[in-house]
Design a protein around this ligand. Structure first.
Ligand SMILES: CC(C)(COP(=O)(O)OP(=O)(O)OC[C@H]1O[C@@H](n2cnc3c(N)ncnc32)[C@H](O)[C@@H]1OP(=O)(O)O)[C@@H](O)C(=O)NCCC(=O)NCCS
Length: 178
């Protein structure tokens, strides 16, 4: 496989419309089925709105990271957040469904881990995954994450412009020592 040429940087507010389109295409609806893992059968909403995304972009102890290819197209993004003096949170992770399974996700996750170490000297990364997504949990385990016993509630009452398709959802918590 040819090496992936990615430019990864902190997002600016003007990146928001492109990030919203990327996130929605990867997590929701028919477009997301082109990828190998999706929430299309679990949730039918907008995932996040522009205000929510701008809050993450402007968060003083957080960042949205964006990855562009050599042609300048946005192909991946993620969010990192300093939770406390040791723990970082990783989320809003998306790769263009037409570009998945080529190593882009792995590269962006490694960059996010590096970012929280370099920026805030954190020693642990945490993330949450809907418990049904076993293929994705296995992917994180192959990246060094551990599936914990901890659970977090699914935000049924605060979904953005839509609804959940199941009533048994919750998040499993995964952690990795950095
Ligand atoms: C999760 C996601 C970011 C991964 O990005 P990616 O670019 O596909 O990741 P990579 O190319 O680095 O890895 C692809 C992996 O998928 C695996 N894979 C490919 N097809 C698969 C399938 N049908 N079932 C299970 N795993 C599969 C590959 O084996 C590879 O894993 P490995 O490197 O451990 O062998 C991307 O799929 C995505 O955007 N998904 C939708 C949004 C989402 O679920 N985000 C995460 C929320 S916590």
């Amino acid at each position: 496989m040819a090496p992936i040429s990615l430019t990864i940087r902190k997002a600016e507010p003007q990146d928001a419309p492109a990030i919203l389109a990327l996130v929605r295409s990867a997590y929701r609806g028919e477009s997301s089925r082109a990828g190998w893992t999706t929430e299309a059968d679990l949730v039918d909403d907008q995932r996040i709105d522009e205000n929510g995304l701008l809050t993450k972009i402007n968060e003083p102890f957080g960042a949205v990271l964006v990855a562009h290819d050599a042609a300048g197209d946005l192909i991946a993004c993620c969010e990192v957040l300093k939770k406390d003096d040791t723990v970082g949170y990783f989320g809003l992770f998306a790769v263009n469904p037409l570009r998945q399974a080529g190593g882009i996700g792995r590269t962006v996750l490694a960059k996010a881990e590096e970012y929280v170490k370099q920026t805030w000297a954190l020693s642990e990364m945490q993330m949450t995954v809907i418990w049904t997504r076993q293929e994705l949990i296995q992917w994180y385990i192959r990246r060094g994450y551990q599936l914990t016993e901890k659970k977090e509630p699914f935000p049924y009452s605060s979904l953005v412009g839509g609804k959940a398709l199941r009533d048994d959802l919750y998040f499993s918590v995964l952690v990795k020592a950095l």
